[in-house]
Design a protein around this ligand. Structure first.
Ligand code: XMP
Length: 512
């Protein structure tokens, strides 16, 4: 199975999973472990290399995370990054001090390109720094292999013991040749062959889920989105009918979406699992009658989801495991915790309190979105499901401004379907997210010599890398014209189509 692996030892830095991801991009299996992991456990895992991450502490603080010195004696190559670099220096007898000048952001480092870590790197390379302490003196046995005008030891190496340290963050994109540094470490220092691929993740995960779950019962809330779909298929491959997936159709899904999910996961689909579709449309529409305030709508949709799920879970009874499709960015976001609530996101966070289970399993916890998609394709999930754009938990409920009715849901579904169809036909691929929303505005129009007084559909399309900020996309006028014509002709109740030119900020991507 895992013939070669690199361990990322987590000292509390922000980019730890990113380091693991970069190592995986070198086709080497990689796991992030807390710095409290015992040396015995690390040795038993037989890693080809170990990377010490950055972290917010100073090595001299009493509470700062350290690691026993013996780790340097087990014969496994080690690379320290930022705090990890300082920790190596400190532990092995070097001197770490508060730097007279902190370096933050883009920083040019002069490196020794004859050193294996910098093989193929430019002598002056642009890196990303973020530190207030620095290594003032390298420990005995270390050569200084990098410096900046204010940082005397921006990199150091002990080639005999294969211990390396860099003050900058090679894992972030701003370090222009950072990937080269990491791949030098992984291939040239650790001697990895780079045989690992996403299918190995799939295989290893299925195997370890099987071992963990044994004959236990597993419950999964399936939304039809990428993350929960990939998690469900992994579980289905691991434990088959021991898995039950509950799919709640709240009547706020995109056109045909409920049936598409059922076609893949239901009894006629390719996977072995118990699939329960709950058609809860009526009760949702009932609860949402007359409600217009966005947060109130979100709250009702979220709570109703929990209630529906609770009823199903009660029918099933106690289970051993509850599956969550948590992916790495969710882990970071929930860790931040202090930012203002702009919108209360409805995911499945409330579920654990209403399900009788022993443990949560989160098989995608270490993956980024694009890695989840790769795993999904490896698992044979249809590309249209795997490549779906993000769809919010409250669904079309937050794309209908004002009161939600069954008639309005139909209007926005049909308009959105046409929009997506035309974008696909035009071959436009680089959009972050695009959808139709139903404004609460009615206006006067004329159709076939008659006056109309109908709704306006708003089209939205944004370019975004992280969904935190976004620019309105400049869609070709031809496409917008075609979509507009089709919507006003084909969707009853709409006589006007508007295009949203607002970025985020000041707008948000969704309308409510
Ligand atoms: P906003 O509207 O906040 O959206 O700019 C940013 C991204 O988050 C999605 N979104 C949600 N996703 N539950 C989710 O799972 C939610 O309640 C929710 N609200 C917004 C939105 O589609 C966009 O991708």
């Amino acid at each position: 199975m895992k013939e070669e692996m690199v361990i990322v030892l987590d000292f509390g830095g922000q980019y730890n999973q990113l380091i693991a991801r970069r190592v995986r991009e070198c086709n080497v299996y990689c796991e992030v472990l807390p710095y409290t992991t015992s040396l015995e456990k690390i040795k038993a895992m037989n890693p080809k290399g170990i990377i010490f991450t950055g972290g917010p502490n100073s090595v001299y603080d009493e509470t700062s995370p350290h690691y026993q010195k013996e780790i340097f004696e087990i014969g496994v190559p080690i690379l320290g990054i930022c705090y990890g670099a300082q920790l190596i220096a400190y532990t092995l007898g070097g001197i770490v001090k508060t730097a007279p000048v902190s370096e933050y952001g883009h920083t040019e480092v002069e490196v020794d390109t004859t050193n294996v870590l910098f093989d193929g790197v430019s002598p002056t390379t642009v890196t990303w720094m973020s530190h207030t302490d620095y290594i003032a003196e390298a420990p005995a046995g270390f050569a200084i292999t990098g410096h900046t005008p204010v940082c005397p030891v921006a990199a150091m190496s002990n080639d005999t013991d294969k211990i390396y340290a860099v003050q900058f963050h090679p894992e972030v994109m701003h370090s222009v040749e950072g990937m080269k540094v990491l791949s030098n470490f992984v291939y040239k220092v650790c001697g990895c062959a780079g045989t690992w691929k996403m299918d190995s993740f799939v295989e290893t995960t299925i195997q370890s889920l099987r071992e963990k779950i044994g004959t236990g019962k597993v419950l999964c809330a399936l939304s039809g989105g990428v993350d929960s779909s990939v998690a469900a298929v992994l579980l289905s491959k691991a434990v088959g009918k021991q898995l039950t997936c509950v799919f709640v159709d709240h009547g706020l899904l995109r056109k045909n979406e409920g049936d598409e999910v059922e076609a893949v996961f239901g009894p006629n689909g390719p996977y072995e699992l118990n699939f329960i579709r709950v058609n809860a449309q009526e009760r949702y529409y009932e609860k949402l009658k007359g409600v217009t305030e966005p947060e109130a709508k979100r709250k009702i949709i979220g709570e109703e989801f929990i209630r529906v799920f609770e009823e199903e879970a009660n029918k099933i009874g106690a289970v051993d495991y509850l599956v969550q499709g948590t992916i790495y960015p969710d882990v970071i976001e929930s860790g931040l915790g202090k930012s203002a609530v702009i919108k209360s996101h409805h995911n499945v966070g409330g579920l654990p309190s209403v399900v009788d289970f022993k443990e949560i399993v989160e098989p995608l916890r270490m993956l980024f979105k694009d890695e989840v998609r790769k795993a999904g394709l490896e698992l044979g999930i249809p590309a249209y499901l795997v490549n779906r754009q993000p769809f919010p938990g409250p669904g079309l409920g937050i794309r209908i401004i004002g009161e939600i009715t069954e008639e309005k849901v139909k209007i926005v579904q049909d308009a959105d379907f046409i929009y997506r169809e035309e974008i696909a036909k035009a071959g436009i691929e680089n959009l972050g997210q695009y959808f139709a929303a139903l404004t609460n505005m009615r206006s006067v129009g004329v159709m076939g010599d008659f006056r109309t007084y109908d709704y306006a559909i708003a089209l939205r399309a944004v370019m975004t890398a992280d969904f935190m900020t976004a620019d309105a996309a400049e869609l070709p006028w031809e496409v917008l014209k075609k979509v507009t014509n089709r919507i006003v002709n084909e969707v009853k109740g709409v006589n006007r189509v508007l295009y949203d030119c607002t970025g985020k900020p000041p707008g948000t991507i969704e309308f409510e």
